[in-house]
Design a protein around this ligand. Structure first.
Ligand code: C2E
Ligand code: MG
Ligand code: MG
Ligand code: MG
Length: 288
């Protein structure tokens, strides 16, 4: 850059992009050992049934307690883990932790009791594209469920819609097998992937997770009529196809009311609860 501008000019450092470059480099270097060093941990964010505001489950969200950079969110390191392949052992670790947690919740006298009149408390786990295409996905998932003694119906695997774009029947087979066993399959960040709506029919999904961007459009008073029509349309389509609808990023009571009215089944967002350690979920929901 400095050379292009000619002469003996000094290179002017861009502190922000330099910090990012160093960061990226040091994150990539630290990543391989982080799992063994026990630097990852999970938080859980409640999923709430809109009809009666009860807890139906929680999504496991991974965090990295980095020795130098402090607490890092998944957006900082999941892409790197995906790129380097670490996502496969990391993803398996997340699945094991989350499934074990779901067992504890089901066995919890208060939570278990709450759920007894309907379905068990479910745990949602995110899968990245690389995990999705890993040949051991089905086998590993079954092994983890058996090891923990959890019923498949208590697990929901979240896959982004964009990870499935263009997938052929062979590539969908593992997910289909899991769905047939009773594992819930959710299409995460739905509505951001430019996928053909007709494509929905052939995906082995049981749930749509409507992306936060749609929820944001319902924040104003009155809500943007185009967003209302859009969300209402997606909900009708999903229900017609036998899919449940979960909404992400519900931050206000007004959004919650609007989304309930539009027929959304389940909600997740700061309005209900932020992601938190597993103990907090129990403390909050067992007494709620
Ligand atoms: P996601 O699966 O769509 O998860 C929802 C994200 O929205 C989470 O961010 C959550 O903290 C955030 N969120 C929840 N409610 C609200 C709200 O009301 N307002 C706002 N503004 N945000 C809200 P987080 O924890 O930073 O995770 C980001 C993404 O990282 C996740 O998006 C998921 O795609 C990925 N991720 C997280 N954990 C894992 C994992 O174990 N494996 C894989 N492969 N990906 C993961
Ligand atoms: Mg998710
Ligand atoms: Mg999501
Ligand atoms: Mg999202």
């Amino acid at each position: 850059r400095a050379k292009d501008s000619g002469g003996n000019r000094y290179e002017i450092a861009d502190p922000v992009s330099d910090a990012r470059a160093i960061d990226r480099h040091s994150l990539t270097n630290h990543l391989p050992g982080a799992l063994e060093r026990g630097e990852f941990f999970l938080e859980y964010q409640p999923l709430i049934r809109m009809s009666d505001s009860r807890l139906t489950g929680a999504e496991a969200l991974v965090r990295w307690r980095h020795p130098v950079h402090g607490l890092l969110g998944p957006d900082r390191f999941i892409p790197l883990a995906e790129h380097t392949g670490l996502i496969v052992p990391l993803g398996r670790w997340v699945l094991e932790q989350a499934v074990r947690q779901a067992c504890d919740w089901c066995a919890h006298p208060l939570l278990g009791g709450r759920a007894a009149d309907s379905e068990p408390i479910r745990v949602n786990v995110n899968l990245s594209p690389r995990q999705l295409h890993h040949p051991d996905l089905v086998q590993d998932t079954v092994a983890v469920l058996e090891w923990a003694g959890l019923t498949p119906a208590s697990l929901c695997l979240e896959v982004t819609e964009s990870a499935l774009i263009g997938a052929d029947e062979d590539e969908l087979k593992p997910l289909r097998q899991l769905a047939e066993m009773g594992v819930d399959i959710a299409l995460d960040d739905f509505g951001t992937g430019y996928s053909n709506l007709a494509n929905l029919r052939r995906l082995p999904a049981t749930t749509l997770k409507l992306d936060r961007s749609f929820t944001q459009g319902l924040q104003q008073h009155p809500a943007d009529p185009v967003d209302v029509t859009f969300v209402g349309g997606i909900v009708s389509l999903a229900h017609a196809l036998g899919l449940r609808v979960t909404v992400e990023g519900v931050e206000t009571e007004a959004q919650a009311a609007q989304l309930r009215e539009l027929g959304c089944d389940t909600a997740q967002g700061w309005y209900y609860a932020r992601p938190a350690p597993a103990e907090e979920i129990v403390a909050h929901w067992a007494t709620a």
